[in-house]
Design a protein around this ligand. Structure first.
Ligand code: HSE
Length: 435
């Protein structure tokens, strides 16, 4: 059978990995796909570097649109990133009748609804395994492996940079800024790390997972996003004393009233497997009604792990591209006319537990005042520690873990606690997920 022709847009780290793995494992991949998968064209701004990486064996251009419109190309792989040019290229490929493989989570989270609608109109596939958790086949698991189930929730460590930073902060007791600088020196964090440390990258991925887990449109603009830049080492240490680790979680949970879609640091019991995912590794835990909990772990970034996901998509498309479009796996796991407009709930409606740290005057009645406010708000305390005040110190820290409550209830109670004369400054509040 004649080979399937692939046009690569961008041959940076991941593109280089795709080229290398496709070449190294060509026979094994062809045995699976049923025919050879061949990169025939590469577009990159740096055509000289592209020539070095490809050995000059493919058509090279700095005009990516010439690849999306190339009549010989069957599949376009978009590895340019961003939501500007990448969107125009994705739509150009789709409108030219090409199948699209993309690792671009921002593109899909922000413009996915438009891109999938265009793909549906033009009877082409859009595959995006590499967009979430790099080499971990979580899209395949959610979209196909778990298709018997009602998925209840998905919670993941889906950003390696922040997980590396949190692991180092806990291991070495260092402050956030210092670990971030170290991560940048080691090449784990970008020079501009904003998207990673402020939770935006994880929110893109959580948005994509929510869509395929629940059969809803992409609703990135409704996601609640908090990063780790304001997290203090002292809270990591207190969480440790209470038997918890702090992780940046991307959570999508289905409730009768709607969907919780949120990214924020959260305490996780140290005994959970997810709490023990360290360094730059990723993991996603899925709770579903029939199978129960399943956990997916692996490298969330890097040239060859990401290439592994991109090439798996190429194999899938190669196998299915002659199938009639109705019999292919739907983009968002559910048939397009079955995608439901379920609302994402405002963060105030989230139901979760809390870690509260407050600086208080070390005098009688303070604890009683605080616990009375919590009791009035129907918030039950699960655990508590009080730091022993040092010699001559008039203030100390109280740390409490609560049982579950609705976030707006917790916010109101915290405002009342902060208004007490005996409570100094703001209460530090972190969510706690028992998973
Ligand atoms: N910047 C991401 C991370 C990898 O740190 O996990 C690509 O999504």
């Amino acid at each position: 059978m004649k080979p399937i022709n692939v046009g690569l847009l961008g041959i940076g780290t991941v593109g280089g990995g795709v080229f290398a793995v496709l070449e190294r494992n060509a026979d094994e991949i062809a045995r699976r796909a049923g025919r050879e998968i061949r990169i025939t064209a590469v577009a990159d701004r740096d055509t000289e570097r592209a020539r070095r990486l490809t050995g000059g064996t493919v058509k090279l251009t700095d005009d990516a649109f010439s690849v999306t419109r190339d009549l010989e190309i069957d599949i376009v792989v978009e590895l340019i990133g961003g939501v500007g040019m990448a969107k125009d290229l994705a739509l150009s490929a789709i409108e030219s009748g090409k199948h699209l493989v993309t690792a671009n989570k921002a593109l899909l989270a922000v413009h996915g609804n438009e891109i999938f609608a265009a793909a549906h109109r033009h009877d082409v596939m859009v595959a995006f395994e590499a967009a979430v958790a790099g080499g971990i086949p979580i899209i395949k698991a959610l979209r196909e492996g778990l298709s018997a189930n009602r998925i209840e929730w998905v919670a993941g460590i889906i950003n390696g940079t922040t997980n590396f930073i949190l692991s180092e902060m806990r291991d070495k007791g260092l402050p956030f800024d210092e670990v971030l600088r170290q991560a940048q020196r080691l090449g784990y964090a970008e020079t501009d790390p904003t998207f990673d440390i402020e939770g935006v990258d994880a929110a893109h991925k959580a948005t994509i997972m929510s869509a395929i887990a629940f059969g809803i449109p992409m609703q990135f603009d409704k996601a609640h996003i908090e990063g780790i830049s304001r997290l203090e080492s002292v809270d990591i240490a207190y969480a440790g004393q209470l038997g918890y680790r702090i992780k940046l979680l991307g959570i999508a949970r289905k409730r009768p009233e709607g969907i919780e879609l949120r990214v924020h640091p959260a305490l996780v019991p140290a005994s959970r497997l997810l709490a023990n995912v360290e360094g730059a590794m990723n993991a996603v835990l899925v709770q579903a009604d029939a199978v129960g909990a399943t956990l997916y772990y692996g490298k969330g970034a890097g040239a060859e792990p990401t290439a592994s996901a991109v090439i798996a998509d190429l194999v899938d498309i190669t196998r299915l591209h002659t199938a009639d479009p109705e019999h292919r796996v739907p983009h968002l796991a559910f048939q397009p006319d079955q995608v439901l407009d379920v609302p994402v709930l405002p963060i105030e409606e989230t139901v979760t537990s809390y870690y509260l740290r407050m600086r208080v005057l070390d005098k009688s009645g303070v604890l009683a005042d605080i616990t009375r406010i919590l009791a009035d708000s129907d918030i039950s305390i699960d655990a508590m520690i009080q730091r022993e005040a040092g010699e001559g110190e008039s203030q100390t820290d109280i740390i409490m873990l609560t049982h579950q409550t609705v976030e707006k209830n917790a916010i109101a109670a915290i405002a009342r606690i902060e208004a007490l004369d005996s409570v100094q400054g703001k209460v530090t509040r972190l969510r706690l997920e028992t998973l």
